[in-house]
Ligand binder design. Sequence first.
Ligand code: FAD
Length: 439
Amino acid sequence: MGKKIVVAGAGHGGLIAAAKLAQAGYDVTVYERRIKSELGYDWEDAINLHIFAECGLETPDTSNIEFNGDMKYYNPNLKAPLVVPSNGKGSAMFERKKLYEILLDNAEKSGVRIIYSTEILGPVMDGLRVTGIRTSDGVVDADLVIDAAGINTPLRSRLPVCCNVDRDYGYGECFYAYRAYFNKVPGHDPDVGYEIFLMHQGERGISWVVTKDSYVDVLIGRMAPMSKEKLRKTLDEMRAFSPQIGETLLRGGSQEQIPVRRPLSVMVCDGYAAVGDSAYMTEPMSGSGICASMRAGLLLAETVIADEKEEYSKETLWEYNRKYMLHFGKNFAAIDILKNVLLCTEVEGVNFLFDKGIITENDMSFGTGKSDKGMAFSDLVARATRGIGNLPVLLRTAGALSKGDNVKKVYEAIPKTYNEKAVLKWKADVREATTLMQR
Ligand SMILES: Cc1cc2nc3c(=O)[nH]c(=O)nc-3n(C[C@H](O)[C@H](O)[C@H](O)COP(=O)(O)OP(=O)(O)OC[C@H]3O[C@@H](n4cnc5c(N)ncnc54)[C@H](O)[C@@H]3O)c2cc1C
């Protein structure tokens, strides 16, 4: 039997890494707090269907799958919406519960043991090395712990500071999202089915209304948790603008957290690697993290298998950290800049950016993965001319957008090998390049 690997939490990337490692002969066990039938949410998520083939999984029957079409972004005054065409690249809406069935089945068939109903309490440390996990059923030893326990993982947040893995996220880096499907009131069909409201109702956050033939998918996302009363009032106001949203809750109805920030700069230490939401691997504008997390699971498994001396140290795991930043992290960090611009601009400022055409369809489409051109930083001069009427907002936006160009270069300069001094210097450079406001 190969070395003992513990996957903490049945997150998506963790299940992919677990399966690949078990196939390669490692002794892999996943510990999960919920029971099997509770895994995944009661709704559909936007994913790229190529992910199945990339992960070596059979592509499921897609005949009943719907694709997202064009998206309409509203600014707070609702007066200058931007329509981002899907150009045939809309993401597929896939049942989360079905995705979990596929991931769990693949892991089990690969030889992974999955232990449900077990709460993980924290890491077990030997100096600065993670040597296992503490659970509600006792201590479990491991040669490597893969942290796939989501945004509030009890592992990352309890690592010693000297491990250099940042433990907490700050304001504006976590999104509280209420999602529900309601019945559709007939006779009210918007021209674009997928409507996204930025700084909705003048608050920091977004909402969406996705109108389907027989139901309406509603998301309300804010930077702080919402009370039941607050949700009820927000829904009432949404119904005034979108009368197709009925009163009968069909599915979902819970409030969950999504990381919306650049990825964790250092996601490994001796005996430990974070994957998925525990390392903030979502696209910061859209909050999509399923595919990124599964791809990261593949990169992590590859790195572990390549560690022939079976050290699982920060030095050997660094290749995973580095590849993630070069393939995905640098783009997500650039998107995070745009998100932060919107987050720290006042409502009037966001209206101004839309009204004057300073934020463009292309800026928005990059965040959704529908454009591979990147944010159009290059036409800042033209934007400056349009935005001269509100100089402070314009300067902040232009400064932020030009930071987006720079941030990718900083990510590309990630040290090739783990050297404490070089890694800390790079981490500080990332912070400097991405910080727009005091957190
Ligand atoms: C409302 C909403 C809509 C979203 N829409 C999309 C979308 O359309 N497309 C997309 O790509 N992404 C979407 N996401 C994001 C996506 O859910 C995550 O990015 C993705 O699930 C990756 O997270 P993960 O698997 O790492 O962690 P999680 O999904 O959080 O899984 C972590 C697992 O660890 C377990 N766990 C946590 N703590 C413990 C503990 N202490 N002990 C034991 N087990 C523990 C949890 O029970 C869970 O099973 C959405 C998220 C939300 C909330």
